[in-house]
Design a protein. Structure first.
Length: 291
């Protein structure tokens, strides 16, 4: 793949991809080469010439049936082996399913026992942004306004994902595979000890008119930088608006969060929305214009 693979999962998937690509390229050139050779060698040379009529070649037909079948069988076992190596996959005899219905406590326990985890982040997919909730650190924010998912380097991070509206798909190529995030289900991915750096992903399932805006930006920092970031986010969440509410900015927030944000403000509980104090003021100003 044309991306920088930085985790064990991504490297394993990339290796499988390169093997499949290698055989695909060989098959492509063999097929195209034979096609061009046959078209040139056996082309009609005279208008009234009748080409030689061949009725099959047993050896050739066995060759182009058996060899592709062997390639497909080999790729199947390589794929199964790669899947078994991914984080939290369990074993081939007892695989761990990383998607289950919300409320399935037995499946949840198997997920929790699948792999040692240093950090858990709950991610909710919404039209058209990702909402992040850091369980241990008590921080809530979102991917809106280029918001980043900040995690410390060298840690095993588990993403507990769900959708609040339609089908979404989480995919950050540098970290490995893509996973669908379905309404009514929990989906799990592990980010296994990523190195410091900035990475980008995209919702990989069409989820509405502003699907292209549903981008996930991940920033991996040192533990000290992460601790500082957590303190700043907590201060922002517990702070006050630095200026009066701006209805124009609030209108854009309403487009992004819609009814979810409006309902939270109406109830006076915006703690779990990821909205900062100034954003709450802006959104409130816009909602006032609708009354």
């Amino acid at each position: 793949m044309l991306v920088n693979t930085v985790t064990a999962d991504a490297i394993a998937i990339n290796s499988l991809y390169n093997i499949a690509l290698f055989f695909a390229v060989i098959v492509f050139f063999i097929v195209q080469g034979l096609l061009l050779f046959s078209a040139y060698k056996y082309k009609r040379k005279k208008a009234d010439e009748l080409p030689a009529q061949n009725h099959g070649n047993m050896k050739l037909e066995l060759f182009w049936t058996i060899v592709p079948a062997l390639i497909v069988i080999m790729l199947f076992f390589l794929s199964a082996n790669t899947l078994s190596q991914l984080s939290g996959a369990g074993t081939q005899a007892s695989p761990i399913h990383n998607v289950h219905k919300i409320g399935d406590d037995n499946a949840k326990r198997r997920i929790e026992d699948a792999k040692r985890t240093d950090m858990i982040i709950e991610i909710s997919g919404r039209q058209w942004f990702w909402q992040y909730k850091y369980i241990k650190d008590g921080v809530n924010h979102s991917s809106q306004n280029d918001g980043e998912l900040v995690i410390p380097e060298g840690k095993v991070v588990r993403l507990d994902m769900n959708s609040k509206d339609v089908l979404h798909a989480w995919w950050v190529p540098s970290f490995g595979g893509m996973l669908y995030v379905n309404p009514g289900e929990m989906s799990y991915l592990w980010i296994d000890k990523p190195p410091r750096g900035s990475y980008i992903g995209q919702c990989n399932a069409y989820c509405g008119l502003q699907h292209a805006q549903m981008i996930s930006r991940i920033k991996v920092v040192s533990q000290a930088e992460y601790d500082t970031w957590v303190k700043l986010k907590k201060a922002e969440q517990g702070g006050v608006a630095t200026e009066g509410g701006n209805a124009e900015r609030g209108a854009q927030l309403y487009v992004d969060g819609g009814y979810t944000y409006a309902e939270a403000i109406a109830k006076g509980d915006t703690k779990n929305t990821g909205l900062q104090a100034q954003e709450v003021a802006d959104l409130s100003a816009y909602l006032d214009t609708l009354k």
